[in-house]
Design a protein around this ligand. Structure first.
Ligand code: ATP
Ligand code: MG
Ligand code: MG
Ligand code: MG
Length: 568
């Protein structure tokens, strides 16, 4: 391809708005342009890289039997109301109305859409398991969009969803996904690590994040220096593991309770029956206000929650405080627990639900008059929030070290969270109706591109891994006005394009400009056609090592393919 025809608007200077290397280089090398905060155009070179990342993802997912589909970004509010996330997702959800004043959302993720699809189409265990994925633009009105594509408000995600008849099947797909993700990020030449992640009330082993190790990462990873223990310290925010006491010793009376699992369900439950058994606390943790809904049976809940979050309670009756938390005027507030107030809170951004901090430790059941410590043990599953470097690792092996990470992927056993709220059920072998189990699995595609740039660059520009480079070869005739140089370059271009992808810099620019652009763009191999064109000799430069070779034109293709093979 000829560079004169391609749109690669390179910049000499470092753009002031770009704080980190990857963002600076993607702008300078002409890969992306910003159109609004957190919203970008992917220029032709970036689009080529995205194609390559997506191709790797497709290969690895199809290899484990996941099939591609494409769901709409525009999603009716009804689906989100059904799952409850219309109320709990908060301001990150981009909401809009159509001409008939009907509410819609622009999908930040697709659990609702896929669950609604599958519940209508799959009714029998014979059709399970099922694994589907898409690669699509997502929308999240992030509070702090930053670092270019790293945290966008419109970004590209691969999201996969799986449906299962039983836990074993979900476990199997989860493991397949883990392997596929490991292959994907390895093939993208990323230095990464899978870490335990926050799964709210479900427990750390049911979800893992793939973290690219990088100073600019927004997540802190606590890892052991002598085992493979690694966890996102975010986990600490809601993290309790309940161990029931010996049932024989003290049988507890249990009663069925609705909606104990999800933020969504609780928010919904609160609205339906706000007086029932929940209590709302507004807490200040670090610099953020969080609204926490706890079961209100025991006063000790409040103490426990405060302890967990290391927080202080804000006076509930203070309308100004509430207003600042919710970004809206809740009207007049009654005492804590007043139905109207709870309804309002449930309608707003509910950040965390601390589920069954006391009393309740089983889905769908509540233990009557049970007290922590007295009746059962509460293990803080390694309270990572306060963990320090040098502390003993929670797995008992070695000491804790910290690293910064960029979350490029996230795999998650959802269980029945959505299938229950949205009634996705099937008939089992015995003709009995059961709720499906689900998993979801995300990869930030545009974020992965940024992470690769962050790990693969030098003073002069980007240094693409062969797998992802927009072209294999940069063919640079030093002087296009020199007849011999341009003739040789044209013939090499035609010849090399049979075997490689080639970008030929056919512009009438000064050599300094051409070389600087070439370094910025970062293709793996540069072929310079210069003074020795008449002798049929060109210069080959390896971008990564800076190594330079003089090569006869007859040997060029073989030399390039050897270099690419070595770099791969
Ligand atoms: P983060 O913790 O960075 O906000 P998340 O946990 O909210 O990410 P998920 O809901 O797990 O994100 O989405 C799946 C993947 O999508 C993430 O692992 C990440 O790679 C990517 N992603 C999420 N938010 C963004 C964003 N604003 N811009 C670019 N990629 C994103
Ligand atoms: Mg997020
Ligand atoms: Mg995250
Ligand atoms: Mg995540």
């Amino acid at each position: 391809m000829k560079q004169s025809k391609l749109f690669i608007p390179t910049l000499r200077d470092v753009p002031a708005e770009a704080e980190v290397k990857s963002h600076q280089l993607l702008l300078r090398a002409g890969y992306i342009r910003q159109i609004a905060s957190g919203v970008y155009t992917y220029l032709p070179l970036a689009k080529k890289v995205l194609h390559k990342i997506e191709a790797i993802i497709r290969e690895e997912l199809e290899a484990i039997g996941s099939m591609e589909l494409l769901m709409p970004s525009l999603q009716p509010a009804e689906l989100w109301q059904e799952s409850g996330r219309w109320y709990s997702y908060g301001p990150d959800l981009m909401r809009l109305k159509d001409r008939h004043e009907r509410d819609f959302a622009l999908g930040p993720t697709h659990e609702e859409v896929i669950t609604s699809l599958i519940r209508n189409e799959v009714k029998s265990y014979k059709r399970l398991p099922l694994s589907l994925y898409q690669i699509q633009t997502k929308f999240r009105d992030e509070k702090r969009p930053r670092f270019g594509l790293l945290r966008g408000r419109e970004f590209i995600m691969k999201d996969a969803y799986s449906f299962h008849a039983n836990k074993e099947s979900l476990d199997e797909t989860y493991k397949d996904m883990y392997r596929a993700y490991t292959n994907i990020f390895s093939r993208c030449k990323l230095d990464f690590r899978a870490v335990l992640a926050d799964s709210g009330a479900i427990g750390g082993k049911d979800t893992q994040e793939f973290m690219v190790l990088s100073e600019i990462g927004e997540d802190t990873i606590a890892y052991s220096d002598s085992s493979d223990y690694a966890a996102n310290i975010e986990m600490a925010e809601v993290k309790t593991v309940y161990t029931k006491p010996d049932e024989a010793e003290k049988p507890l009376e249990k009663i069925p309770t609705p909606g104990q699992r999800t933020i969504a369900q609780i928010a919904d439950f609160l609205k339906a029956d706000p007086e029932k058994c929940l209590k709302t606390l507004v807490l200040k943790a670090d610099d953020e206000y969080v609204i926490v809904l706890v079961r209100g049976d025991h006063d000790v809940n409040e103490v426990k929650v405060k302890h967990l979050l290391g927080s202080e309670t804000i006076e509930m009756a203070d309308p100004e405080a509430i207003k600042s938390i919710m970004g809206a005027d809740p009207g007049s507030l009654g005492p804590v627990g007043a139905p109207e107030q709870i309804r309002i809170l449930a309608d707003h951004a509910v950040r965390y639900v601390v589920n069954g901090i006391c009393g309740a430790n089983e889905n769908d059941f509540h233990y009557v008059n049970a007290n922590p410590e007295r009746d059962y043990r509460v293990d803080l599953y390694g309270d990572l929030r306060n963990i320090q470097e040098g502390d003993p690792s929670p797995d008992g092996k070695g000491t804790i070290r910290f690293a910064r990470g960029i979350e490029v992927g996230h795999i998650f056993k959802l269980g029945t969270k959505y299938s229950e709220a949205m009634h996705a059920a099937f008939l089992d072998e015995n003709g009995r109706e059961q709720v499906m189990l689900m998993g979801c699995y995300g990869i930030g595609v545009s974020r992965t591109l940024t992470a690769v740039c962050e790990q693969h660059n030098d003073d002069k520009g980007l240094v693409w891994p062969v797998n992802l480079a927009p072209f294999d070869v940069h063919l640079v005739p030093v002087n296009m006005k020199d007849a011999q140089q341009s003739a040789l370059a044209e013939s090499l271009h035609a010849e090399l394009e049979k075997q490689f992808t080639v970008l030929m810099d056919d512009r009438n620019e000064r050599p300094g400009v051409k070389f600087a652009d070439s370094d910025l763009i970062g293709l793996p191999v540069r072929v310079t056609v210069g003074k020795k064109a008449a002798e049929g000799i060109v210069e080959v430069k390896i971008r990564k090592t800076g190594e330079v070779l003089e090569v006869k034109k007859e040997d060029l293709a073989e030399t390039i393919s050897n270099i690419l093979a070595q770099l791969a």
